[in-house]
Write a protein that binds this ligand. Structure first.
Ligand SMILES: Nc1ncnc2c1ncn2[C@@H]1O[C@H](COP(=O)(O)OP(=O)(O)OP(=O)(O)O)[C@@H](O)[C@H]1O
Ligand SMILES: [Mg+2]
Length: 353
């Protein structure tokens, strides 16, 4: 018996639909996962088996083959646990096979069957709408984030038992309502009023904030450079909803979205330490992840003690500062991340302080 559930992989900041095909065949009991899975996906067979058994459902004593298509896209992370479990339950006729044809499913399972948070839910929900899916099944913790995308039914899942009951027609789960609250700041900002005096620097910062200019502050230790830079985001214009969604998408993929803040509405302020590597700054990795310049998109990138940064790290900033985006090329392909940030740097006039 063959079952098919649709899930999603994240490549850069975009989603790719992944077909999770599950086949139950006679043979030695066991689970085989194919389709370029990484270690976390391979380990999902253990989580799925325990979760199904601990939810009072039956794990079939058959040879289970799971194929994640397209096979060329690398699948990473634990977000395929839930679709694999549903595929196994559908293939073993414990849930109807046709209820998931217009839905995307993502979620990590814990051994007791509860569904855990996964990263990148916002781009997944955006992809679901783009590809014509009507519903997305996500962990309850991520439902508010997915609900930011209009015209999509977001079903928050607590655990496998609850989901199976709903799919079998009992106890349907009410969809998550879309709500954008204005009063949720993602992080604390330093108030501009805390800066005493320094009228000329404040004026310079106001002009930089109004025009989106980059700024370099040079001054002796204790002059208040760090304080002034930290106060800059508070006087920047507030973000539009489109800008907020842009920023939230990056934080969602980087798994840095603060808890209980589905939409980031405060401009980011990133202040990486000067020991940062160039991959950490512009993004990198085998399958590239966004770096500090992309996390500072639509906000401020603050390089404190500028001369302490290595020359190579400062050189890699040139092109993103010009183009407002960065393209990272690897042997397997290239990805583009947005990097439209305002650069604020501070330094002492002399290395001795
Ligand atoms: N104009 C000011 N108003 C209020 N507090 C200030 C002001 N200037 C400095 N401070 C306070 O003095 C301390 C030192 O300031 P800060 O760390 O910003 O200096 P800095 O110029 O970054 O020094 P360094 O070159 O050593 O990094 C901080 O606690 C800061 O809050
Ligand atoms: Mg300082």
């Amino acid at each position: 018996m063959l079952a098919r559930v649709f899930s999603c992989a994240i490549l850069g900041l975009d989603g790719v639909i992944v077909d999770v095909e599950v086949d139950l065949a006679n043979g030695l009991p066991g689970v085989i996962i194919v389709g370029l899975p990484d270690t976390a996906v391979q380990e999902s067979r253990e989580r799925v088996q325990s979760a199904i058994q601990n939810s009072g459902l039956l794990f079939p004593r058959k040879h289970v083959r799971v194929n994640l298509a397209p096979a060329a896209v690398r699948k990473e992370g634990p977000s395929y646990d839930l679709p694999i479990a549903l595929g196994i339950l559908a293939a073993s006729e414990q849930i109807p096979a046709d209820v998931l044809t217009d839905a995307l499913v993502v979620g990590e399972l814990s051994l007791d069957g509860s569904v855990r948070h996964v990263r990148g839910v916002l781009p997944m929900a955006a992809l679901a709408v783009e590809k014509g899916y009507h519903r997305i099944l996500v962990p309850a913790a991520d439902a508010a984030e997915a609900a930011l995308i209009p015209e999509l039914e977001v079903i928050p899942i607590q655990d496998l038992t609850q989901l199976c009951a709903a799919l079998n027609g009992n106890f349907p789960i009410p969809p998550q309502q879309q709500e954008i609250k204005a009063e949720h700041p993602a992080w604390e900002l330093t108030d501009f009023r805390e800066v005493k005096g320094q009228e000329h620097v404040k004026r310079a910062l106001e002009i930089a904030a109004a025009g989106g200019h980059n700024i370099l502050m040079i001054g002796p230790p204790g002059a208040g450079k760090t304080l002034l830079a930290r106060a800059l985001p508070a006087i920047l214009p507030s973000m539009t909803i489109a800008e907020a969604l842009d920023v939230t998408r990056i934080y969602s993929v980087a798994d840095l979205l603060p808890k209980d803040v589905p939409l980031i509405q405060t401009r980011p302020f990133r202040a990486p330490h000067h020991t940062i590597s160039h991959a950490g700054l512009v993004g990198g990795g085998n399958w590239p992840h966004p770096g500090e310049i992309s996390l500072a998109h639509r906000g401020v990138l603050f390089l404190d003690e500028l001369p302490e940064f290595s020359k190579q790290v400062l050189e890699v900033l040139r092109q993103p500062l010009e183009d407002k985006m960065v393209t990272i090329s690897r042997a397997r392909g290239s990805l583009t991340f947005p990097a439209n940030f305002q650069l604020v740097a501070a330094m002492n006039p002399c290395p001795c302080g």
